[in-house]
Ligand binder design. Structure first.
Ligand SMILES: Cc1cc2nc3c(=O)[nH]c(=O)nc-3n(C[C@H](O)[C@H](O)[C@H](O)COP(=O)(O)O)c2cc1C
Length: 189
């Protein structure tokens, strides 16, 4: 059975972001995939201290010196066959919780470890305000994932105004992603 990690961030457990995440998981579950949910707002994640002269053990050893929930989440991502990244859009970007995690992940992963290289991911950004910034947020994710050698299978913008048709589409997307994990991805890169 394939395993997918769904890592998400919003303080609201019943908002747009949570609904998007739940719909995607419903599709995965229907297709027989085991999911591991990681709610970043509930985790303890400190920010990168830029040790030494800007590089620390993240580069030399592929591990961060800060003792918090980072290492455990990093391990869960490694164990997953696929990763779904779901964030509320704040200031046209991923949430602060995500940024703190992402900053440290790319330092450990980008040079030394490459444990996540080649993983096929789905990106979901949820902009509940004007909808502005949803594409910038997706782009921010993709840039970071590309540095780490991950591959983006789809980039999904969810907004207050498109939720009526995007939420059902997310369940379908979850099912298709599950099938691709099983049978192979129809991607050129
Ligand atoms: C600090 C902050 C910044 C935000 N920035 C944006 C933004 O740039 N674009 C947008 O459409 N919505 C923005 N919003 C609204 C959030 O995207 C909205 O709350 C989002 O739907 C979060 O979903 P949820 O709280 O329902 O999970 C912002 C909200 C906060 C709290």
């Amino acid at each position: 059975m394939k395993k997918v990690a769904v890592i998400w961030s919003s303080p609201n457990t019943d908002g747009l972001t949570a609904s998007a995440k739940d719909r995607f998981i419903a599709g995965l579950t229907e297709a027989g995939v085991q999911t591991e949910e990681i709610h970043l707002n509930r985790k303890k994640i400190g920010h990168c201290m830029a040790c030494g002269d800007g590089w620390g053990t993240c580069r030399s050893k592929g591990a961060c010196v800060i003792q918090d929930d980072f290492a455990e989440i990093y391990r869960k991502l490694q164990e997953a066959d696929g990763i779904v990244w779901v964030s509320a859009v704040y200031w046209w970007e991923m949430t602060e919780c995500f940024k703190a995690f992402f900053d440290r992940l790319r330092r450990c992963e980008g040079f030394t470890n490459r444990f996540l290289e080649g993983k096929r991911c789905v990106l979901i950004a949820c902009a509940g305000g004007t909808g502005r910034g949803v594409l910038d947020c997706l782009q921010q994710f993709e840039r970071g994932l590309t540095h780490m050698g991950m591959r983006v299978y789809d980039r999904i913008p969810v907004e207050r105004y498109n939720r009526d048709y995007m939420l059902p589409a997310l369940a379908e997307a979850g099912k298709t992603y599950a099938e691709r994990l099983e049978t192979g991805f129809d991607m050129y890169y």
